[in-house]
Ligand binder design. Sequence first.
Ligand code: HEC
Length: 161
Amino acid sequence: MRFKSRISRWGAASIGMLAFLGCSADRKSPSGFRLPDGDPIAGLAVVQEMRCHACHRIEGHDELPAPIADPAVPIALGGTVAVLPTDGKLVTSIIHPSHQISSRYAHDMVKSGDLSRMGDYSETLTVRQMIDLVAFLHTVYEARVGEPREGADWRMTRRGG
Ligand code: HEC
């Protein structure tokens, strides 16, 4: 029965390994993440205060000053997208923008060194401002009619500076 016990030893080792990997991955899991409802009008005020429009054109909000960033940021916020962004995607884009930087643009247009040109809002936004900002951003995205393509992502949106 030596063979059998070797199998079970490997079995136990791999279950242990999976449990270990599972636990360490869970720490970063978005599971359990739930934002309270925000106020989109207050969110628009945050956009103005934080000057998001210095870099982004915002669909449907031509009352905001035009972007002034040089080189121009090739990413407009809002418009028709294949999949609507979730709270989690928006929060990550705002407070951890370098987590997933689009590789579809020339380096200098989206990055400064290795980081996003967007900078770091984690020291400047209050939690309430972030919640309202996310509520506002949800109002500017619209789902494209029809089934989303397999693997479609909200960032594959119509762009324009
Ligand atoms: C200095 C320029 C700059 C400013 C100011 C700026 N952003 Fe950005 N933003 C970027 C760049 C560059 C990207 C693309 C690279 C990336 O994903 O980090 C981006 C990406 C994003 C995205 C992801 C959009 C997509 O389709 O991929 C969101 C959402 C966003 N910004 C929201 C904001 C909000 C809200 C503010 C104001 C609090 C803001 N940005 C201010 C430069 C800026």
